[in-house]
Design a protein around this ligand. Structure first.
Ligand code: ATP
Length: 588
Protein backbone atom coordinates (compact mmCIF):
# COMPACT_ATOMS: atom_id res chain seq x y z
CA UNK A 1 0.00 0.00 0.00
CA UNK A 2 1.18 3.52 -0.82
CA UNK A 3 2.78 5.38 2.10
CA UNK A 4 0.76 8.28 3.44
CA UNK A 5 3.33 10.50 5.12
CA UNK A 6 0.85 13.26 5.90
CA UNK A 7 -1.85 11.05 7.36
CA UNK A 8 -0.85 11.99 10.91
CA UNK A 9 -1.61 15.64 10.13
CA UNK A 10 -5.26 14.96 9.31
CA UNK A 11 -8.07 16.72 11.17
CA UNK A 12 -8.10 17.70 14.82
CA UNK A 13 -4.68 16.22 15.54
CA UNK A 14 -2.99 19.14 13.78
CA UNK A 15 -4.86 21.67 15.91
CA UNK A 16 -3.93 19.82 19.10
CA UNK A 17 -0.28 19.56 18.05
CA UNK A 18 -0.14 23.25 17.17
CA UNK A 19 -1.87 24.22 20.43
CA UNK A 20 0.58 22.14 22.48
CA UNK A 21 3.55 23.56 20.57
CA UNK A 22 2.18 27.08 21.01
CA UNK A 23 1.61 26.62 24.74
CA UNK A 24 5.11 25.16 25.24
CA UNK A 25 6.90 27.77 23.13
CA UNK A 26 7.98 29.97 26.09
CA UNK A 27 10.08 27.01 27.29
CA UNK A 28 12.49 27.92 24.51
CA UNK A 29 13.16 31.16 26.34
CA UNK A 30 14.06 33.04 23.17
CA UNK A 31 12.45 36.48 23.00
CA UNK A 32 12.99 36.71 19.22
CA UNK A 33 11.00 33.51 18.69
CA UNK A 34 8.42 34.92 21.09
CA UNK A 35 8.08 38.05 18.96
CA UNK A 36 7.56 36.09 15.74
CA UNK A 37 5.10 33.72 17.43
CA UNK A 38 3.13 36.67 18.82
CA UNK A 39 2.99 38.19 15.35
CA UNK A 40 1.79 34.87 13.89
CA UNK A 41 -0.97 34.70 16.52
CA UNK A 42 -2.11 38.26 15.73
CA UNK A 43 -2.08 37.68 11.98
CA UNK A 44 -4.01 34.46 12.48
CA UNK A 45 -6.74 36.17 14.52
CA UNK A 46 -7.36 38.36 11.47
CA UNK A 47 -6.91 35.56 8.93
CA UNK A 48 -9.25 33.24 10.89
CA UNK A 49 -12.11 35.69 10.29
CA UNK A 50 -11.04 36.60 6.77
CA UNK A 51 -10.91 32.89 5.96
CA UNK A 52 -14.70 32.71 6.30
CA UNK A 53 -15.00 35.54 3.76
CA UNK A 54 -12.35 34.34 1.29
CA UNK A 55 -11.91 30.60 1.84
CA UNK A 56 -15.50 29.71 2.64
CA UNK A 57 -17.67 32.32 0.91
CA UNK A 58 -15.22 32.76 -2.00
CA UNK A 59 -15.22 36.58 -1.87
CA UNK A 60 -11.96 38.11 -3.06
CA UNK A 61 -11.25 40.49 -0.20
CA UNK A 62 -7.64 41.53 -0.68
CA UNK A 63 -7.64 44.82 1.21
CA UNK A 64 -8.37 43.46 4.69
CA UNK A 65 -5.37 45.35 6.07
CA UNK A 66 -7.80 48.32 6.18
CA UNK A 67 -9.47 46.72 9.20
CA UNK A 68 -6.16 45.96 10.88
CA UNK A 69 -5.24 49.64 10.46
CA UNK A 70 -8.58 50.77 11.83
CA UNK A 71 -8.31 48.47 14.87
CA UNK A 72 -4.71 49.50 15.54
CA UNK A 73 -5.44 53.24 15.43
CA UNK A 74 -8.66 52.91 17.43
CA UNK A 75 -6.92 51.06 20.27
CA UNK A 76 -3.82 53.25 20.17
CA UNK A 77 -5.69 56.56 20.05
CA UNK A 78 -8.07 55.52 22.86
CA UNK A 79 -5.30 54.30 25.16
CA UNK A 80 -2.93 57.19 24.41
CA UNK A 81 -5.54 59.68 25.59
CA UNK A 82 -4.32 62.39 23.23
CA UNK A 83 -7.79 63.18 21.94
CA UNK A 84 -10.23 61.63 24.40
CA UNK A 85 -9.85 60.65 28.07
CA UNK A 86 -7.63 57.58 28.50
CA UNK A 87 -9.48 54.31 27.99
CA UNK A 88 -8.39 51.02 29.62
CA UNK A 89 -6.55 48.85 27.04
CA UNK A 90 -9.04 45.96 27.33
CA UNK A 91 -11.98 48.28 26.80
CA UNK A 92 -10.13 49.93 23.89
CA UNK A 93 -9.56 46.49 22.39
CA UNK A 94 -13.28 45.67 22.68
CA UNK A 95 -14.17 49.03 21.08
CA UNK A 96 -11.74 48.25 18.23
CA UNK A 97 -13.53 44.93 17.73
CA UNK A 98 -16.88 46.76 17.51
CA UNK A 99 -15.43 49.37 15.12
CA UNK A 100 -13.90 46.57 13.03
CA UNK A 101 -17.26 44.79 12.90
CA UNK A 102 -19.04 47.91 11.66
CA UNK A 103 -16.37 48.71 9.14
CA UNK A 104 -16.21 45.05 8.09
CA UNK A 105 -19.81 45.38 6.92
CA UNK A 106 -19.03 48.64 5.10
CA UNK A 107 -16.03 47.09 3.30
CA UNK A 108 -17.94 43.90 2.62
CA UNK A 109 -21.26 45.27 1.43
CA UNK A 110 -20.16 45.81 -2.18
CA UNK A 111 -19.79 42.01 -2.37
CA UNK A 112 -23.58 41.78 -2.49
CA UNK A 113 -23.53 43.56 -5.84
CA UNK A 114 -20.04 43.21 -7.24
CA UNK A 115 -18.34 39.98 -8.15
CA UNK A 116 -14.75 38.72 -8.12
CA UNK A 117 -12.22 41.36 -9.15
CA UNK A 118 -14.61 44.27 -8.93
CA UNK A 119 -15.17 43.50 -5.27
CA UNK A 120 -11.43 42.94 -4.81
CA UNK A 121 -10.78 46.45 -6.15
CA UNK A 122 -13.25 48.03 -3.72
CA UNK A 123 -11.52 46.36 -0.75
CA UNK A 124 -8.19 47.68 -2.00
CA UNK A 125 -9.75 51.13 -2.35
CA UNK A 126 -10.82 51.00 1.30
CA UNK A 127 -7.29 50.00 2.37
CA UNK A 128 -5.88 53.03 0.57
CA UNK A 129 -8.52 55.35 2.04
CA UNK A 130 -7.83 54.22 5.63
CA UNK A 131 -4.06 54.65 5.26
CA UNK A 132 -4.51 58.10 3.69
CA UNK A 133 -6.89 59.18 6.46
CA UNK A 134 -4.37 57.95 9.06
CA UNK A 135 -1.73 60.09 7.35
CA UNK A 136 -3.84 63.18 6.91
CA UNK A 137 -5.75 63.26 10.22
CA UNK A 138 -2.71 64.40 12.16
CA UNK A 139 -4.63 65.77 15.16
CA UNK A 140 -5.86 62.27 16.02
CA UNK A 141 -3.46 59.77 14.48
CA UNK A 142 -0.26 61.78 14.66
CA UNK A 143 0.04 61.60 10.86
CA UNK A 144 3.43 60.35 9.68
CA UNK A 145 4.85 60.64 13.22
CA UNK A 146 2.34 58.15 14.55
CA UNK A 147 0.94 57.27 17.94
CA UNK A 148 2.14 54.93 20.72
CA UNK A 149 0.52 51.51 20.94
CA UNK A 150 -1.19 50.28 24.12
CA UNK A 151 0.54 48.40 26.91
CA UNK A 152 -1.67 45.75 28.45
CA UNK A 153 -1.65 45.41 32.24
CA UNK A 154 0.30 42.67 34.09
CA UNK A 155 0.74 39.80 33.49
CA UNK A 156 0.37 40.73 29.82
CA UNK A 157 2.96 43.51 29.86
CA UNK A 158 5.97 41.20 29.42
CA UNK A 159 6.95 39.64 26.08
CA UNK A 160 5.73 36.14 26.91
CA UNK A 161 2.79 37.46 28.92
CA UNK A 162 1.57 39.33 25.84
CA UNK A 163 2.28 36.25 23.74
CA UNK A 164 -0.01 34.13 25.93
CA UNK A 165 -2.73 36.76 25.65
CA UNK A 166 -2.52 36.72 21.84
CA UNK A 167 -2.17 32.94 21.79
CA UNK A 168 -5.34 32.53 23.89
CA UNK A 169 -7.26 34.85 21.55
CA UNK A 170 -5.91 32.95 18.53
CA UNK A 171 -7.11 29.65 20.04
CA UNK A 172 -10.56 31.13 20.71
CA UNK A 173 -10.72 32.54 17.14
CA UNK A 174 -9.79 29.13 15.71
CA UNK A 175 -12.40 27.40 17.84
CA UNK A 176 -15.13 29.86 16.85
CA UNK A 177 -14.41 29.71 13.11
CA UNK A 178 -14.16 25.91 13.27
CA UNK A 179 -17.60 25.87 14.90
CA UNK A 180 -19.01 28.03 12.12
CA UNK A 181 -17.35 25.88 9.47
CA UNK A 182 -19.27 22.79 10.56
CA UNK A 183 -22.55 24.62 11.09
CA UNK A 184 -25.32 25.38 8.63
CA UNK A 185 -23.79 28.85 8.27
CA UNK A 186 -20.46 27.42 7.12
CA UNK A 187 -22.22 25.18 4.62
CA UNK A 188 -24.27 28.17 3.46
CA UNK A 189 -21.07 30.15 2.85
CA UNK A 190 -19.55 27.36 0.77
CA UNK A 191 -22.82 27.11 -1.17
CA UNK A 192 -22.53 30.84 -1.98
CA UNK A 193 -19.03 30.13 -3.26
CA UNK A 194 -19.61 26.97 -5.30
CA UNK A 195 -23.30 26.55 -6.05
CA UNK A 196 -25.04 29.85 -5.48
CA UNK A 197 -28.33 28.99 -7.17
CA UNK A 198 -28.58 25.65 -5.37
CA UNK A 199 -27.89 27.46 -2.10
CA UNK A 200 -30.61 29.99 -2.86
CA UNK A 201 -33.04 27.20 -3.67
CA UNK A 202 -32.28 25.71 -0.25
CA UNK A 203 -33.02 29.03 1.45
CA UNK A 204 -29.48 30.40 1.87
CA UNK A 205 -29.83 34.17 2.06
CA UNK A 206 -26.61 35.56 0.62
CA UNK A 207 -27.34 39.03 1.90
CA UNK A 208 -27.87 38.20 5.56
CA UNK A 209 -25.23 35.47 5.71
CA UNK A 210 -22.48 37.58 4.15
CA UNK A 211 -23.41 40.59 6.27
CA UNK A 212 -23.11 38.49 9.45
CA UNK A 213 -19.78 37.06 8.35
CA UNK A 214 -18.38 40.49 7.45
CA UNK A 215 -19.44 41.66 10.91
CA UNK A 216 -17.66 38.76 12.62
CA UNK A 217 -14.61 38.88 10.40
CA UNK A 218 -14.34 42.66 10.85
CA UNK A 219 -14.52 42.27 14.64
CA UNK A 220 -11.62 39.80 14.64
CA UNK A 221 -9.60 42.08 12.35
CA UNK A 222 -10.29 45.04 14.66
CA UNK A 223 -9.08 43.07 17.68
CA UNK A 224 -6.03 41.89 15.73
CA UNK A 225 -5.32 45.55 14.91
CA UNK A 226 -5.39 46.50 18.60
CA UNK A 227 -2.94 43.71 19.43
CA UNK A 228 -0.77 44.66 16.46
CA UNK A 229 -0.53 48.25 17.77
CA UNK A 230 0.70 46.90 21.10
CA UNK A 231 3.22 44.59 19.45
CA UNK A 232 4.58 47.44 17.34
CA UNK A 233 4.83 49.75 20.41
CA UNK A 234 4.42 52.69 18.04
CA UNK A 235 2.30 52.80 14.90
CA UNK A 236 2.63 54.85 11.75
CA UNK A 237 0.72 54.42 8.47
CA UNK A 238 3.67 52.66 6.80
CA UNK A 239 3.28 49.71 9.20
CA UNK A 240 0.18 48.76 7.21
CA UNK A 241 1.56 47.86 3.84
CA UNK A 242 -0.04 46.34 0.80
CA UNK A 243 2.31 43.37 1.34
CA UNK A 244 0.63 42.68 4.65
CA UNK A 245 -2.77 42.57 2.98
CA UNK A 246 -1.43 40.21 0.35
CA UNK A 247 0.10 38.03 3.08
CA UNK A 248 -3.32 37.56 4.69
CA UNK A 249 -4.92 36.70 1.38
CA UNK A 250 -2.20 34.33 0.20
CA UNK A 251 -2.12 32.52 3.56
CA UNK A 252 -5.68 31.44 2.79
CA UNK A 253 -4.92 30.42 -0.80
CA UNK A 254 -1.84 28.45 0.27
CA UNK A 255 -3.89 26.86 3.01
CA UNK A 256 -6.74 25.84 0.75
CA UNK A 257 -10.27 27.13 0.39
CA UNK A 258 -12.84 25.82 2.84
CA UNK A 259 -10.22 24.62 5.33
CA UNK A 260 -9.14 26.04 8.69
CA UNK A 261 -6.03 24.06 9.42
CA UNK A 262 -4.61 24.87 5.96
CA UNK A 263 -4.81 28.69 6.26
CA UNK A 264 -3.55 28.41 9.85
CA UNK A 265 -0.43 26.62 8.62
CA UNK A 266 -0.26 29.10 5.70
CA UNK A 267 -0.25 32.04 8.13
CA UNK A 268 2.49 30.46 10.25
CA UNK A 269 4.62 29.74 7.18
CA UNK A 270 4.21 33.25 5.76
CA UNK A 271 5.00 34.88 9.10
CA UNK A 272 8.04 32.73 9.80
CA UNK A 273 9.45 32.52 6.27
CA UNK A 274 10.60 36.16 5.92
CA UNK A 275 12.50 35.83 9.20
CA UNK A 276 14.60 33.00 7.81
CA UNK A 277 14.94 34.77 4.50
CA UNK A 278 15.81 38.13 6.08
CA UNK A 279 18.36 39.03 3.39
CA UNK A 280 15.54 38.71 0.86
CA UNK A 281 13.24 41.12 2.60
CA UNK A 282 13.38 43.57 -0.30
CA UNK A 283 12.06 40.76 -2.47
CA UNK A 284 9.10 39.93 -0.28
CA UNK A 285 6.40 41.05 -2.75
CA UNK A 286 8.14 39.11 -5.48
CA UNK A 287 8.37 36.05 -3.22
CA UNK A 288 4.67 36.20 -2.35
CA UNK A 289 3.76 36.49 -6.01
CA UNK A 290 6.04 33.58 -6.95
CA UNK A 291 4.65 31.47 -4.10
CA UNK A 292 1.12 32.25 -5.17
CA UNK A 293 1.85 31.25 -8.76
CA UNK A 294 3.51 28.04 -7.62
CA UNK A 295 0.51 27.16 -5.44
CA UNK A 296 -2.08 27.93 -8.08
CA UNK A 297 -0.21 25.90 -10.68
CA UNK A 298 1.11 23.01 -8.61
CA UNK A 299 -1.52 22.46 -5.90
CA UNK A 300 -4.65 24.50 -6.43
CA UNK A 301 -6.27 22.83 -3.41
CA UNK A 302 -3.52 24.18 -1.13
CA UNK A 303 -2.15 22.58 2.04
CA UNK A 304 -5.61 21.33 2.98
CA UNK A 305 -5.70 19.21 -0.16
CA UNK A 306 -2.33 17.66 0.71
CA UNK A 307 -3.67 16.77 4.15
CA UNK A 308 -6.95 15.41 2.83
CA UNK A 309 -5.68 11.86 2.64
CA UNK A 310 -9.15 10.39 3.16
CA UNK A 311 -10.38 11.72 -0.16
CA UNK A 312 -7.52 10.23 -2.13
CA UNK A 313 -8.43 6.67 -1.20
CA UNK A 314 -9.73 4.96 -4.32
CA UNK A 315 -13.47 4.42 -4.58
CA UNK A 316 -15.09 1.20 -5.64
CA UNK A 317 -15.41 1.31 -9.45
CA UNK A 318 -18.68 -0.51 -10.03
CA UNK A 319 -21.07 1.23 -7.75
CA UNK A 320 -24.79 0.80 -7.84
CA UNK A 321 -27.39 3.30 -6.71
CA UNK A 322 -30.07 1.42 -4.83
CA UNK A 323 -32.68 3.87 -3.48
CA UNK A 324 -34.79 2.85 -0.49
CA UNK A 325 -38.14 4.57 -1.07
CA UNK A 326 -39.71 2.70 1.84
CA UNK A 327 -38.01 5.06 4.31
CA UNK A 328 -39.46 8.18 2.67
CA UNK A 329 -42.44 8.50 5.01
CA UNK A 330 -40.02 8.65 7.96
CA UNK A 331 -37.99 11.34 6.22
CA UNK A 332 -40.86 13.40 4.86
CA UNK A 333 -43.32 12.94 7.72
CA UNK A 334 -45.99 10.26 8.07
CA UNK A 335 -49.17 12.24 7.71
CA UNK A 336 -48.69 15.26 5.55
CA UNK A 337 -51.40 17.43 4.24
CA UNK A 338 -49.76 19.38 1.49
CA UNK A 339 -51.43 21.79 -0.81
CA UNK A 340 -51.10 21.80 -4.55
CA UNK A 341 -49.31 24.30 -6.70
CA UNK A 342 -51.10 26.26 -9.39
CA UNK A 343 -49.99 28.63 -12.12
CA UNK A 344 -52.49 30.93 -13.70
CA UNK A 345 -52.04 32.86 -16.89
CA UNK A 346 -48.22 33.12 -16.58
CA UNK A 347 -46.51 35.16 -19.28
CA UNK A 348 -42.79 35.74 -19.62
CA UNK A 349 -40.80 37.12 -22.56
CA UNK A 350 -37.07 37.60 -22.98
CA UNK A 351 -36.85 40.60 -25.28
CA UNK A 352 -38.72 39.50 -28.38
CA UNK A 353 -38.82 35.79 -27.36
CA UNK A 354 -42.06 34.66 -25.75
CA UNK A 355 -40.82 31.86 -23.47
CA UNK A 356 -44.19 31.34 -21.77
CA UNK A 357 -47.45 32.70 -23.10
CA UNK A 358 -50.49 32.51 -20.78
CA UNK A 359 -49.67 29.24 -19.05
CA UNK A 360 -52.12 27.55 -16.64
CA UNK A 361 -50.94 24.54 -14.71
CA UNK A 362 -52.09 22.63 -11.64
CA UNK A 363 -49.83 20.24 -9.77
CA UNK A 364 -51.61 18.21 -7.12
CA UNK A 365 -50.15 16.70 -3.96
CA UNK A 366 -49.61 12.96 -4.23
CA UNK A 367 -49.27 13.15 -8.02
CA UNK A 368 -46.44 13.26 -10.52
CA UNK A 369 -47.14 15.87 -13.17
CA UNK A 370 -45.08 15.53 -16.33
CA UNK A 371 -44.11 18.62 -18.33
CA UNK A 372 -42.88 17.77 -21.80
CA UNK A 373 -42.35 19.51 -25.09
CA UNK A 374 -39.76 20.17 -27.78
CA UNK A 375 -36.52 22.05 -27.02
CA UNK A 376 -37.15 25.70 -26.27
CA UNK A 377 -40.86 25.18 -25.52
CA UNK A 378 -40.54 26.85 -22.10
CA UNK A 379 -40.22 23.94 -19.64
CA UNK A 380 -37.14 25.14 -17.74
CA UNK A 381 -38.48 28.70 -17.79
CA UNK A 382 -41.66 27.41 -16.13
CA UNK A 383 -39.56 25.77 -13.38
CA UNK A 384 -37.61 28.99 -12.99
CA UNK A 385 -40.80 31.00 -12.58
CA UNK A 386 -42.11 28.59 -9.92
CA UNK A 387 -38.80 28.59 -8.07
CA UNK A 388 -38.55 32.37 -8.18
CA UNK A 389 -35.54 32.82 -10.50
CA UNK A 390 -37.69 34.67 -12.98
CA UNK A 391 -40.51 37.04 -12.11
CA UNK A 392 -43.28 36.62 -14.68
CA UNK A 393 -44.60 39.68 -16.48
CA UNK A 394 -48.13 38.62 -15.66
CA UNK A 395 -49.96 35.85 -13.89
CA UNK A 396 -49.65 34.24 -10.50
CA UNK A 397 -48.11 31.19 -8.82
CA UNK A 398 -50.02 29.85 -5.80
CA UNK A 399 -49.32 27.21 -3.22
CA UNK A 400 -52.78 26.30 -1.99
CA UNK A 401 -54.39 29.67 -1.34
CA UNK A 402 -51.10 31.52 -0.85
CA UNK A 403 -49.79 33.63 -3.73
CA UNK A 404 -46.00 33.27 -3.97
CA UNK A 405 -43.96 36.46 -4.24
CA UNK A 406 -42.63 36.83 -7.80
CA UNK A 407 -38.83 36.44 -7.87
CA UNK A 408 -37.21 35.90 -4.44
CA UNK A 409 -35.75 32.40 -5.03
CA UNK A 410 -34.27 32.18 -1.53
CA UNK A 411 -37.77 32.49 -0.05
CA UNK A 412 -39.17 29.51 -1.93
CA UNK A 413 -37.56 27.09 0.54
CA UNK A 414 -39.77 28.47 3.33
CA UNK A 415 -42.80 27.53 1.18
CA UNK A 416 -41.30 24.02 0.97
CA UNK A 417 -40.72 24.23 -2.76
CA UNK A 418 -37.58 22.29 -3.66
CA UNK A 419 -35.90 21.71 -6.99
CA UNK A 420 -33.12 20.00 -8.87
CA UNK A 421 -31.26 21.43 -11.87
CA UNK A 422 -30.84 20.45 -15.51
CA UNK A 423 -27.07 20.34 -14.86
CA UNK A 424 -26.50 19.15 -11.29
CA UNK A 425 -25.48 22.03 -9.02
CA UNK A 426 -23.53 20.54 -6.16
CA UNK A 427 -20.67 21.70 -3.95
CA UNK A 428 -17.81 19.66 -5.36
CA UNK A 429 -15.44 20.35 -2.47
CA UNK A 430 -17.87 19.09 0.15
CA UNK A 431 -18.90 15.58 1.07
CA UNK A 432 -22.13 14.09 -0.22
CA UNK A 433 -23.46 14.30 3.34
CA UNK A 434 -22.69 18.02 3.67
CA UNK A 435 -24.27 18.67 0.27
CA UNK A 436 -27.46 17.06 1.46
CA UNK A 437 -27.30 18.89 4.78
CA UNK A 438 -27.29 22.20 2.86
CA UNK A 439 -30.83 21.33 1.79
CA UNK A 440 -31.97 21.46 5.43
CA UNK A 441 -30.63 24.99 5.95
CA UNK A 442 -33.94 26.58 6.87
CA UNK A 443 -34.80 24.13 9.63
CA UNK A 444 -31.88 25.28 11.79
CA UNK A 445 -32.98 27.18 14.89
CA UNK A 446 -29.61 28.26 16.34
CA UNK A 447 -28.40 31.78 15.59
CA UNK A 448 -24.94 32.56 14.20
CA UNK A 449 -23.77 33.48 17.72
CA UNK A 450 -25.07 30.18 19.12
CA UNK A 451 -23.21 28.26 16.44
CA UNK A 452 -20.08 30.33 17.04
CA UNK A 453 -20.05 29.17 20.65
CA UNK A 454 -21.48 25.71 19.88
CA UNK A 455 -24.34 26.19 22.36
CA UNK A 456 -26.94 23.44 22.96
CA UNK A 457 -29.40 24.64 20.32
CA UNK A 458 -26.66 24.51 17.68
CA UNK A 459 -25.70 20.99 18.76
CA UNK A 460 -29.34 19.86 18.65
CA UNK A 461 -29.70 21.37 15.14
CA UNK A 462 -26.62 19.57 13.90
CA UNK A 463 -27.57 16.22 15.44
CA UNK A 464 -31.05 16.45 13.90
CA UNK A 465 -29.66 17.53 10.54
CA UNK A 466 -27.13 14.71 10.52
CA UNK A 467 -29.79 12.11 11.20
CA UNK A 468 -32.11 13.47 8.52
CA UNK A 469 -29.33 13.86 5.97
CA UNK A 470 -28.25 10.23 6.48
CA UNK A 471 -31.89 9.21 6.03
CA UNK A 472 -32.13 11.27 2.83
CA UNK A 473 -28.93 9.71 1.48
CA UNK A 474 -30.26 6.25 2.31
CA UNK A 475 -33.57 7.04 0.60
CA UNK A 476 -31.75 7.98 -2.63
CA UNK A 477 -29.27 5.09 -2.33
CA UNK A 478 -26.06 7.00 -1.60
CA UNK A 479 -25.46 6.36 2.11
CA UNK A 480 -22.27 4.38 1.39
CA UNK A 481 -20.81 7.51 -0.25
CA UNK A 482 -21.76 9.92 2.55
CA UNK A 483 -18.17 10.98 3.28
CA UNK A 484 -16.98 11.16 -0.31
CA UNK A 485 -16.38 14.59 -1.86
CA UNK A 486 -19.09 15.35 -4.39
CA UNK A 487 -16.56 16.10 -7.14
CA UNK A 488 -15.51 12.45 -7.01
CA UNK A 489 -19.01 11.15 -7.67
CA UNK A 490 -20.32 9.95 -11.01
CA UNK A 491 -22.86 11.97 -12.97
CA UNK A 492 -25.75 9.63 -12.10
CA UNK A 493 -24.85 9.83 -8.40
CA UNK A 494 -24.98 13.62 -8.57
CA UNK A 495 -28.50 13.42 -9.97
CA UNK A 496 -29.63 11.32 -6.99
CA UNK A 497 -27.63 13.54 -4.62
CA UNK A 498 -29.60 16.58 -5.78
CA UNK A 499 -32.84 14.74 -5.08
CA UNK A 500 -31.52 13.86 -1.62
CA UNK A 501 -30.77 17.54 -0.98
CA UNK A 502 -34.22 18.56 -2.19
CA UNK A 503 -35.88 15.98 0.09
CA UNK A 504 -34.28 17.65 3.13
CA UNK A 505 -36.82 20.46 2.68
CA UNK A 506 -39.64 17.93 3.19
CA UNK A 507 -41.03 19.52 0.06
CA UNK A 508 -44.69 20.26 -0.50
CA UNK A 509 -43.71 20.61 -4.14
CA UNK A 510 -40.69 19.10 -5.85
CA UNK A 511 -39.51 20.37 -9.23
CA UNK A 512 -37.28 17.99 -11.16
CA UNK A 513 -35.48 19.29 -14.25
CA UNK A 514 -34.53 16.38 -16.51
CA UNK A 515 -33.41 14.09 -13.67
CA UNK A 516 -33.01 11.09 -16.01
CA UNK A 517 -30.55 12.80 -18.38
CA UNK A 518 -27.34 10.77 -18.55
CA UNK A 519 -28.69 7.83 -16.54
CA UNK A 520 -28.62 4.16 -17.61
CA UNK A 521 -31.88 2.31 -18.30
CA UNK A 522 -31.71 0.54 -14.92
CA UNK A 523 -30.98 3.80 -13.11
CA UNK A 524 -33.95 5.44 -14.86
CA UNK A 525 -36.17 2.61 -13.67
CA UNK A 526 -34.99 3.07 -10.08
CA UNK A 527 -35.35 6.84 -10.40
CA UNK A 528 -38.94 6.33 -11.57
CA UNK A 529 -39.76 4.19 -8.53
CA UNK A 530 -38.20 6.79 -6.25
CA UNK A 531 -40.08 9.72 -7.80
CA UNK A 532 -43.36 7.83 -7.63
CA UNK A 533 -42.75 7.06 -3.95
CA UNK A 534 -41.94 10.73 -3.23
CA UNK A 535 -45.26 11.78 -4.73
CA UNK A 536 -47.15 9.03 -2.90
CA UNK A 537 -45.70 10.37 0.36
CA UNK A 538 -47.79 13.50 -0.27
CA UNK A 539 -45.53 15.66 -2.43
CA UNK A 540 -46.67 17.45 -5.58
CA UNK A 541 -44.01 16.54 -8.14
CA UNK A 542 -43.42 18.44 -11.39
CA UNK A 543 -41.24 16.40 -13.70
CA UNK A 544 -39.62 17.99 -16.77
CA UNK A 545 -38.19 15.21 -18.85
CA UNK A 546 -37.30 14.14 -22.38
CA UNK A 547 -37.43 10.40 -21.65
CA UNK A 548 -40.96 9.72 -22.86
CA UNK A 549 -41.00 6.22 -21.33
CA UNK A 550 -40.32 7.56 -17.86
CA UNK A 551 -43.00 10.22 -18.27
CA UNK A 552 -45.65 7.77 -19.43
CA UNK A 553 -44.68 5.15 -16.85
CA UNK A 554 -44.88 7.24 -13.71
CA UNK A 555 -46.90 10.41 -14.37
CA UNK A 556 -50.47 10.80 -13.21
CA UNK A 557 -50.96 13.76 -15.52
CA UNK A 558 -49.00 15.23 -18.38
CA UNK A 559 -48.91 18.73 -19.86
CA UNK A 560 -47.33 19.28 -23.26
CA UNK A 561 -45.87 22.69 -24.02
CA UNK A 562 -45.17 24.12 -27.42
CA UNK A 563 -43.88 27.67 -27.97
CA UNK A 564 -44.66 28.53 -24.34
CA UNK A 565 -48.32 27.43 -24.59
CA UNK A 566 -50.18 24.31 -23.52
CA UNK A 567 -50.57 22.09 -26.54
CA UNK A 568 -52.32 19.33 -24.64
CA UNK A 569 -52.99 18.19 -21.08
CA UNK A 570 -54.38 14.95 -19.70
CA UNK A 571 -53.54 11.44 -18.54
CA UNK A 572 -50.56 9.67 -20.08
CA UNK A 573 -52.93 7.53 -22.19
CA UNK A 574 -54.70 10.63 -23.55
CA UNK A 575 -51.41 12.36 -24.36
CA UNK A 576 -49.95 9.32 -26.05
CA UNK A 577 -52.82 9.27 -28.52
CA UNK A 578 -53.14 13.04 -28.97
CA UNK A 579 -52.70 13.73 -32.67
CA UNK A 580 -50.98 17.12 -32.45
CA UNK A 581 -48.65 15.93 -29.68
CA UNK A 582 -47.62 12.94 -31.69
CA UNK A 583 -46.85 15.06 -34.73
CA UNK A 584 -45.20 18.00 -32.87
CA UNK A 585 -43.22 16.10 -30.27
CA UNK A 586 -43.50 12.35 -29.91
CA UNK A 587 -43.16 11.48 -33.57
CA UNK A 588 -45.06 8.81 -35.36
N1 ATP B 1 -32.34 33.84 -19.88
C1 ATP B 1 -32.85 33.82 -21.11
N2 ATP B 1 -32.64 34.85 -21.96
C2 ATP B 1 -33.17 34.84 -23.20
N3 ATP B 1 -33.92 33.85 -23.69
C3 ATP B 1 -34.16 32.79 -22.91
C4 ATP B 1 -33.64 32.71 -21.58
N4 ATP B 1 -34.04 31.54 -21.02
C5 ATP B 1 -34.78 30.92 -21.96
N5 ATP B 1 -34.86 31.67 -23.08
C6 ATP B 1 -35.59 31.33 -24.30
O1 ATP B 1 -36.89 30.98 -23.90
C7 ATP B 1 -37.37 29.87 -24.65
C8 ATP B 1 -37.73 28.74 -23.70
O2 ATP B 1 -36.54 28.20 -23.13
P1 ATP B 1 -36.52 27.02 -22.06
O3 ATP B 1 -35.10 26.83 -21.63
O4 ATP B 1 -37.52 27.27 -21.02
O5 ATP B 1 -36.98 25.78 -22.95
P2 ATP B 1 -37.01 24.25 -22.57
O6 ATP B 1 -38.34 23.76 -22.99
O7 ATP B 1 -36.62 24.05 -21.16
O8 ATP B 1 -35.89 23.69 -23.54
P3 ATP B 1 -34.88 22.45 -23.32
O9 ATP B 1 -35.70 21.22 -23.47
O10 ATP B 1 -33.90 22.61 -24.44
O11 ATP B 1 -34.27 22.60 -21.98
C9 ATP B 1 -36.26 29.51 -25.62
O12 ATP B 1 -36.55 30.12 -26.84
C10 ATP B 1 -35.03 30.10 -24.99
O13 ATP B 1 -34.09 30.44 -25.97
Amino acid sequence: MKARPLAWLEGKRTFILLALAGAALPLMDDSYIGLIATRACIYWILVAGLNLVVGFAGQIAIGWVALLTLGAYTTAVLTAGTVLPVVHPFLALAISGAAGAMFGVVVGLPALRLRTFYFAMTTLGFATIVTQVALAWKGVTGGGIGVPGPVFPAPFDSGWGFYYFCFALAVVSTWMTANIAVSRFGRGLVAIRDAEVAGEASGVSKRSLLTTVFLFSGALAGVAGGLFASLQSYITPDAFTFDLSILFFIAILIGGRGSIVGPLLGTIILTVLPEFAAPLVAWSTFLYAALLLAIVLAMPGGIADLLDVKNRRPLERHREIVPRPEILPRLLGEERENEGLSLSNITLSFGGVRAIAGLDLEIRPGEVHGLIGPNGSGKTTTLNVISGYYAPQSGEVRLGKMALPPGAPQRRASFRIARTFQTPRVIGAESALDNVKTGGMIDGRASFAESLLTLPRHRRDEADLHERAMRALTAVGLEALADVRADRLQHSELRFLEIGRALMLRPACLLLDEPAAGLSAEEIRRLGTLIKAISRAGTAVLLVEHHADLIFDICDRVTVLNLGKVLAAGTPAEIRSHREVVSAYLGA
